[in-house]
Design a protein around this ligand. Structure first.
Ligand SMILES: [Zn+2]
Length: 430
């Protein structure tokens, strides 16, 4: 053996690792972009696959032939995944049944809660009046831009009336959600694939409670939200649904919107809390953290919805209904393609769940970005990201810059409908 041999081997294996990373990134990103195009979020220009591979210096033979889309969740893959987890991680697998029962009962209670609403009661009217007055005062003192509190209240009342008079709307949707629960639970687990996270979930996260609230809190326009509290050493998630969680694009109650929003919140609830109860700083609520967290959750949601579509052909992923979340979703898909090339490939989920803090997550992104040979601008723009005055504009600019760095400007475009919707959106969160 000559002295130089081990050295050569080392160089070769480093090259192999780099090449492998690039290939993983390229094929991951290509699949994600194809899926987004099929769901109508983006359009792809001719040669986009070739451009991407050239940029990454990956040999790409099937750029034109492999344009056949496969959904990210496939039935046989999901069955295999479930079997493996039941065998190897029984504690996690047992959660499914417990969650299913709790959620079924919670949804039944939700139906009762909705029927008991009384918007003409003096207490309710007084609260509405206070919110309208508060807005008026803030507007007059120049603090608040002229808002739409009374319009929102009106909308909410109309939706509540519809929910109360349509006796089967909630029942039918809940029957569908209950019978689909296994698919939802295991689908989310598959998309979040992370053994560490499953361990934490089995030990520290309880199934969510679900409540109805007639109006979102004054000053915060929300369709739904998920909060978590730490009770006797476990996280207790709580999903709150406001009337606009049921509201379709025509402002009427809408099954498709509700199913999508419910799965979104459930998917938050599965990642509730912060790791093993240590309050790791995930910077949730900060700008880029929000983009990643909400974008990932919305990405999981649209894939689950696509999968459930086989049992319910009318069901489709929401877009144009979800404000800047559509932008976030595309950004999160690209970021996840980058993240999956890292040695610790599920660090994004670990951060969402609070196993690692925000800074550690960013450091891992930096490593992954450097290793892929992407420009340092990519990392810079993450660190410098800020919503400024407008979430939509800021996230759209970030997305365009990111695509330009990947040399995909004008090859990967937001669909026209989509851009129109961004221009006409308010700022409603969920
Ligand atoms: Zn959300």
């Amino acid at each position: 053996m000559t002295e130089s041999e081990p050295k050569i081997r080392l160089v070769e294996s480093t090259e192999n690792t780099l090449e492998k990373k690039k290939k993983r990134f390229f094929s991951g990103l290509r699949n994600r972009l194809l899926a987004l195009a099929a769901a109508g979020f983006i359009t792809l220009g001719a040669g986009w696959g070739k451009d991407l591979s050239r940029q990454l210096e990956v040999e790409e033979k099937e750029a034109t032939t492999e344009l056949l889309l496969e959904n990210e969740i496939k039935e046989d893959a999901l069955v295999d995944f479930k079997d493996r987890i039941e065998r190897e991680e029984p504690e996690f697998a047992e959660l499914a049944e417990g969650y299913r029962k709790v959620i079924e009962a919670e949804l039944k209670d939700l139906e009762k809660e909705v029927i008991q609403q009384n918007i003409s009661s003096p207490t309710h009217q007084e609260q509405d009046g206070q919110a309208i007055l508060a807005e008026q005062q803030e507007y007059e003192s120049g603090v608040y831009r002229q808002g739409s509190v009374s319009q929102d209240i009106d909308n909410d009342h109309k939706l509540i009336a519809q929910l109360m008079s349509d006796s089967v709307f909630l029942k039918n949707n809940h029957t569908f959600l209950n019978t689909s629960f296994d698919d939802i639970f295991w689908g989310v687990a598959l998309l979040n694939d992370s053994r560490n996270s499953r361990n934490i979930a089995a030990k520290f996260i309880k199934p969510p409670t679900i409540v109805f609230s007639p109006h979102s809190q004054y000053g915060v326009r929300r369709r739904a939200d998920m909060t978590a509290s730490f009770v006797s050493n476990q996280w207790q998630p709580k999903i709150t649904l406001y009337p606009q969680a049921f509201m379709g694009p025509d402002k009427q109650i809408n099954s498709n919107t509700y199913i999508n929003f419910f799965i979104h919140e459930l998917s938050h609830a599965f990642l509730a809390g912060s790791g093993d109860g240590k309050r790791v700083d995930r910077k949730m609520g900060n700008d880029f953290a929000d983009v990643l967290d909400e974008g990932r959750v919305q990405g999981v949601t649209y894939k689950i919805v696509q999968y459930l579509n086989r049992n319910n052909p009318d069901l489709r992923p929401v877009y144009k209904e979800a404000d800047s979340y559509d932008n976030y979703l595309i950004i999160a898909e690209i970021m996840e393609s980058i993240a999956r090339t890292h040695m610790n490939s599920d660090f994004l989920v670990e951060w969402q769940l609070g196993l690692i803090d925000y800074r550690t997550m960013l450091e891992k992104f930096k490593t992954a970005i450097d290793d892929l040979g992407l420009s340092a601008n990519v990392y810079r723009s993450i660190v410098d990201f800020s919503f400024g005055e407008n979430n939509n504009k800021a996230s759209e600019k970030f997305l365009k810059d990111l695509l330009a760095e990947l040399k995909l400007a004008n090859k990967v475009n937001l669909s026209n409908d989509f851009i129109r919707s961004i221009l006409t959106k308010g700022d409603v969160r969920y």
